[in-house]
Design a protein around this ligand. Structure first.
Ligand SMILES: C[S@@+](CC[C@H](N)C(=O)[O-])C[C@H]1O[C@@H](n2cnc3c(N)ncnc32)[C@H](O)[C@@H]1O
Length: 216
């Protein structure tokens, strides 16, 4: 495949992120704080261009395709300004979106108020706080790599298990190959097993989508 300059630059950035995550993951929470995300959203609407990026749109559609038909209720971790939340709602799902940034959440609330009680938003630090409730599926897309090292990510396994109904699903989407290391952590306790996994090799950035199922 012949890459243009922009693709080459984006792939180089992605490779650096993958490499950087492996080396620095234990220090990342010192940088990716609540203030970091809050400042990002205050400086700019839609900082990752989720609403207009063709790359993100394609990734969202692939992630949606991985959601089993029977899923009705979803806990979306790190829902940002609700771009993916909207796609879930348009497919008839009920969504509880949480994010650490209150600015992102107020934009999401405003954009999606037309969906009424089908959607709910709450400010939450997924590492330090918790909610009440169980869901058919938990979605964590492009968030877990900010949260820190193995021990932090593993502590979320208990939270995810607890908030899923028996045989509920955990759907993960992150950059590849680092995302594979993160996704595999959630099978280590044998309480989740893999239903589906797909790596997409993309001119901009490779990513992995994994669907896990709670084993009863
Ligand atoms: C890169 S965005 C991904 C947004 C969305 N999941 C998607 O794929 O379109 C990461 C989001 O995670 C949120 N976030 C980061 N750390 C968090 C934490 N500890 N608890 C909850 N949300 C967090 C950020 O505020 C940001 O909105």
């Amino acid at each position: 495949m012949k890459l243009g300059l922009v693709d080459w630059l984006l792939r180089t950035k992605s490779k650096a992120e993958n490499w950087g995550w492996r080396v620095f993951n234990k220090f990342l929470p010192l940088y990716f704080t609540e203030k970091h995300f809050e400042d990002l959203y205050r400086q700019k609407q839609d900082p990752w261009d989720y609403r207009h990026s063709c790359f993100e749109r394609e990734k969202y559609l692939k992630t949606l395709q991985a959601i089993p038909e029977e899923v009705e209720t979803i806990w979306e971790i790190g829902c940002a300004e609700g771009v993916f939340t909207q796609l879930l709602l348009e497919r008839g799902k009920r969504v509880w979106g949480v994010d650490i940034s209150s600015t992102a959440l107020s934009r999401a609330e405003e954009r999606l108020k037309v969906f009424g009680d089908k959607v709910r938003f709450q400010k939450l630090d997924i590492v330090k706080e918790d909610i009440e409730g169980t869901f058919d599926l938990i979605l964590a897309s492009e968030i877990l790599y900010y949260l820190g090292e193995k021990v932090v990510l593993q502590s979320l396994e208990e939270k995810f298990y607890h908030h899923l109904r028996p045989f509920g699903y955990l759907l993960l989407c992150h950059f590849y190959p680092s995302g594979k290391i993160i996704h595999d952590l959630y099978r280590e306790n044998h309480r989740f097993y893999k239903v589906f996994e797909e790596v997409t090799y993309h001119p901009h950035r490779d990513y992995i989508i994994t669907l896990l199922k709670r084993s009863g």
